[in-house]
Ligand binder design. Sequence first.
Ligand code: PLP
Length: 401
Amino acid sequence: MTAPTLAVRERVLSLPAAELPAYVYDLAALRAHAARVRAALPAGVELYYAAKANPEPGLLTALAPYVEGYEVSSGGELAHVPRAVPGRPLAFGGPGKTPAETAAALAAGVDRFHVESLHEVRVLAELARRAGTRAAVLLRVNLPLPAERLAGSSLAMGGGPTPFGLDPADVDTAVRLLTDGSAPHLELRGVHAHLASGLDAPAQAAVAGTVVTWAAGLAARHRVRLAEVTVGGGMAVDYAAPDTRFDWAAYGKELGRLAEAHPEFTLRIEPGRALTAYCGWYATEVLDVKRSHGEEFAVVRGGTHHLRTPATKAHDQPCALLPVDDWPHPWPRPAATGERLTLTGQLCTPKDVLARGVPAPGLRAGDRVAFCLAGAYAWNISHHDFLMHPRPGFHFLDRPL
Ligand SMILES: Cc1ncc(COP(=O)(O)O)c(C=O)c1O
């Protein structure tokens, strides 16, 4: 939604200008959204939150009642997540795990290892042996897909040459290594796939179907029992249509059909963006409004060093404009004269653009802007130190349940 929730709006308008920019999270809105997602999923389908989308402890905690566990993809996330949500199941993935990270994951008793190469199988087998512990393994597979399956995605991690997961040509060797007695400290539990980001519900359901069918074929070919299939995250967040939502009900129905057809599998999903994007706003004020060669620009406090999302995804970050009538200065107030303008930040680069073509007639210096859909891959993917501007404030708004 472009309009901030009431609680967010009040906070944004009440903060002194010097305390902007600020990330403002509505945790009650996050809980309500997560409850709707949970309710749309069939019983038995497990929901893990991909912490990389936003690892703020307040968000991890707010999600806890609605998720079975958390997907972590680095030693840093592995150490951080249990501090916020102790005792919750963790799945540890990511390409390029160091031996130290793998050893730390074993010591932490991680519930599932998403193993991404034959080398990783071998390292994990040896480290688990040395630690005298057993590790439950899902093979992350970059499985073959019909070319059109990922056509609508914004980022593809699979279906073609990528560094993610096992190549299909290596999977049979991986299964043999895990089941022929040579890796007694590893237990093959199933298959993991995360093939793309930004797919709508029909496309996600089709991908999930392909993964599950492929996993069933693998189990049959090797005559092994696979108990779990993770079909990944990547549920679309449409920044061009911020009021729309991924169709969780339709996706849930398809997962239900898959679960019924394959009762041998526990199905699991691990979304990040589509869970937390909507609960965060990046709020700031307009510092200046100017014309340049016939176009208008509003320069805001902060920029893409705090909110890199529009730069990385090449979109216009949707926003709400919040007028502030007070202008305490004796000089004229800069104001937009046209219908549309570009919202830029304070960085000395033309790439510091938050949104183009924003309908903002009359926008003035001192007005406030709340960029929405800033709850995922926003602050935590940004290059904070470029130009040494101050860091934003952080506000976690909550109401009793
Ligand atoms: C392995 C894995 N799982 C889950 C996710 C979450 O994806 P999204 O935030 O698009 O749902 C990612 C994101 O890159 C990922 O790499």
